[in-house]
Design a protein around this ligand. Structure first.
Ligand SMILES: Cc1cc2nc3c(=O)[nH]c(=O)nc-3n(C[C@H](O)[C@H](O)[C@H](O)COP(=O)(O)O)c2cc1C
Length: 271
């Protein structure tokens, strides 16, 4: 893969495709890469490449797509974070091959996608994605959608990163060599671009929290904002690994007061 930071910067949701299908070599590469993906929770994610015409798949915000990327996971604690981490790992790889994707957790017919994925009792499919080559020009629908969610906007570093506890903002300069993996987090995609991740630095550890908003939890998808946190952790870990910072994952909530609706998710400690 290219450098994670470059991929994180270059990636955007692609909602207009050029009407061609990924070729056999691309599909083979994606499936081989997907088979080796792991996440820190050790929960398996099963990926499938789905022919849109064969399974009758579509999304009202997507045009020109011929294939979808589907994935499912067994219902379990932390399944959303694990799903987010693994799916984003594959999304970044797809982008490194020149393929476009869009995380879809809302704008789809879940029954149709569930049938295509042979979703069984006890399995969950929080999101899917179209997969193909970006069209030369964005559709009107895509332009309107991007404007609606202010898709190019990201929060400032110091609005989401904290020093020691939630009472003190962390600046990029103060973050030192932790700044790059934190910047990779801030570039990540999130449901409705809410960017619900909050990070607290304590020494060489970064504690990740989710700031919950209403309307992101359902029986079928679980908590989409926890999926967002899995994506954030993926960007952080892949970037830190690439920089030789040897990220170590743990699930030990620090003893610090969190603001309302803010829940601890996980910690990475760097070398
Ligand atoms: C968990 C999740 C669910 C999403 N669901 C949808 C969706 O249902 N429909 C859609 O058009 N975009 C969806 N998105 C894409 C976001 O709107 C997009 O990532 C965000 O606006 C930032 O834009 P960007 O990806 O181009 O950087 C979803 C993203 C995530 C991470």
């Amino acid at each position: 893969m290219e450098r994670i930071m470059d991929l994180a910067r270059a990636r955007r949701s692609v909602r207009s495709f050029d009407g061609t299908a990924p070729n056999a070599e691309e599909k083979e590469k994606l499936l081989a890469f997907a088979a080796a993906i792991e996440n820190p929770w050790g929960l398996g994610v099963e990926f499938r490449l789905l022919d849109a015409a064969e399974h009758g798949l579509s999304s009202p915000v997507i045009t020109g797509e011929r294939w979808y990327l589907g994935a499912k996971i067994k219902a379990a604690p932390h399944m959303e974070e694990a799903f987010g981490y693994s799916f984003e790992t594959l999304v970044l790889y797809a982008h490194s091959l020149g393929l476009g994707t869009t995380w879809i957790g809302g704008t789809m017919d879940r029954a149709v996608f569930g049938r295509a994925m042979e979703l069984r009792e006890g399995e969950r499919m929080p999101c899917v994605s179209p997969l193909g080559r970006p069209a030369a020009k964005m559709s009107l629908r895509e332009t309107v959608m991007r404007r609606g969610v202010r898709a190019d906007w990201r929060e400032d570093f110091s609005a989401l990163c904290f020093d020691g506890d939630f009472s003190k903002a962390l600046t990029e300069a103060e973050a030192g060599d932790l700044a790059a993996p934190l910047r990779a987090v801030l570039l990540a995609p999130s449901a409705v671009n809410r960017q619900p991740w909050r990070m607290v630095r304590q020494g060489r550890s970064v504690h990740f929290f989710v700031r919950h908003a209403r309307g992101y939890v359902s029986a079928a998808a679980g908590d989409l904002q926890k999926v967002d946190l899995g994506i954030a952790l993926c960007h952080f870990a892949l970037c830190a690994e690439e920089l030789g910072l040897a990220p170590r994952f743990s699930l030990e909530a620090p003893a610090l007061a969190a603001p309302a609706d803010t829940e601890y998710i996980a910690t990475y400690t760097l070398a």
